[in-house]
Write a protein that binds this ligand. Structure first.
Ligand SMILES: NC(=O)c1ccc[n+]([C@@H]2O[C@H](COP(=O)([O-])OP(=O)(O)OC[C@H]3O[C@@H](n4cnc5c(N)ncnc54)[C@H](OP(=O)(O)O)[C@@H]3O)[C@@H](O)[C@H]2O)c1
Length: 268
């Protein structure tokens, strides 16, 4: 999907630009390979945060501060590389970038503030999250700021944009509403309970389903290999986590509804 571009005046030769593009695509291919290799590992490892929190991964920090630190890196890296690129940046660029930043505004500020304070997050998880966000922020910010083919307003009528935007909005609404429901259950001072209502009747983790739908939608509306790699990474991270959550419910609640699936209604 390389898009040959003329270098901006005074910004180096065409050969430099080609070299940079080659390095970009090498990194992107390695990044996709890493996601594929990580998947079987994550199927075997329960990452100890959230409801699985423990101290088995070494030092811990406060969950609110940890989530803020980890996710603010996504906002900074993505915005930096988006703005550092030579463009062109069209209305399509800003809408696609705005959707990314809207998600991360929630994840960086709103979501941590809804959590119960004084819960722990392993420092190692925060460091892994920061590393992921630097690479993902670079790949997607640089694509939008430097490599994307210029798209005019006609893109807003393209089926890829329309379908992707609808999936993004629906996925984000499901993710935010389901996270809020779980965190409310907990903040009310209750112990863990079986969540009821809406998509919780069909799957254990509608929040994770929503996030996967959201980034698949974003990949469609932006139609780029970088966004597709982000969607892949999201699935690789969240399918194993949803299976962990599902097993956790079954261990904890003998009366857990047997027909409920882990993350994909009627299937998985
Ligand atoms: N894009 C990615 O790669 C990625 C990776 C991971 C997470 N995420 C997102 O981060 C968000 C959180 O995911 P998560 O897996 O960390 O969430 P989670 O563990 O399912 O839930 C978060 C918190 O909600 C409370 N909770 C969960 N289930 C509960 C229940 N049955 N009853 C009462 N309280 C309950 C727990 O609070 P307490 O800790 O106080 O018990 C838990 O720590 C999701 O939106 C997810 O999509 C994204």
């Amino acid at each position: 999907m390389a898009v040959p571009r003329e270098p901006p005046s005074g910004a180096g030769t065409a050969r430099d630009t080609t070299m940079t593009e080659q390095s970009y695509f090498t990194l992107l291919h390695l990044w996709i390979a890493a996601a594929i290799l990580l998947f079987p590992v994550l199927l075997r490892v329960t990452v100890p945060y959230g409801r699985h929190a423990s101290r088995t991964w070494g030092p811990v920090m406060g969950n609110r501060r940890g989530w803020f630190l980890m996710e603010s890196v996504a906002v900074i890296a993505f915005s930096w590389f988006l703005l550092a690129g030579p463009g062109p940046r069209t209305a399509v660029t800003w809408v696609v970038a705005g959707a990314f930043l809207l998600h991360y505004l929630n994840r960086t500020v709103v979501f941590p503030l809804q959590m119960r304070p004084r819960r722990n997050l392993p420092v190692l998880v925060v460091l892994f999250g920061m590393g992921f966000n630097v690479v993902n922020g670079y790949l997607n910010g640089h694509w939008l700021g430097a490599m994307a083919p210029p798209r005019g307003p006609e893109w807003f009528g393209d089926w890829r944009f329309l379908t992707g935007a609808a999936l993004f909005a629906g996925g984000m609404a499901l993710n935010v509403a389901s996270d809020r429901k779980l965190l409310r259950l907990r903040r009310a001072g209750n112990s863990h309970t079986i969540p009821r209502g809406g998509l919780f009747e069909l799957v254990s983790s509608p929040n994770l389903l929503g996030e996967m739908v959201e980034w698949c939608g974003w990949a469609l509306m932006g139609w780029s290999p970088a966004a597709a790699s982000f969607a892949l990474w999201t699935v690789v991270n969240l399918v194993p986590r949803a299976l962990d959550h599902h097993r956790w419910y079954h261990r904890r609640f003998p009366d857990y509804p047997p027909e409920r699936k882990a993350v994909i209604p009627w299937l998985l």
